[in-house]
Design a protein. Sequence first.
Length: 98
Amino acid sequence: MEHTKPKRSRKPRVETIHFDIPINGRNYSVAATPFQLPSGERQFRVSYNSGVVHVFGWDDGLDRFAETEPVIEPIPPVIEMAIADKLNECASQLQDAA
């Protein structure tokens, strides 16, 4: 009798999205990785300038993506809004591609 392991199905690898946002004469390098919760809600793991990872999710009250969990290093509001605008574009592109 031969023992065989069942084949694992692999999830397709999700690519990290890289973009720069210029704010007040400074350039911020942002990396955002989309992921999906079991509820189907899409969120993003985001870091800028290779810093702490922040989780962004859709905020119905703000009608945009926003940081969902408070972290030790809060994102300055002007940077958070610029990242949120770019994530809105990315989420639209990801939805159109699906």
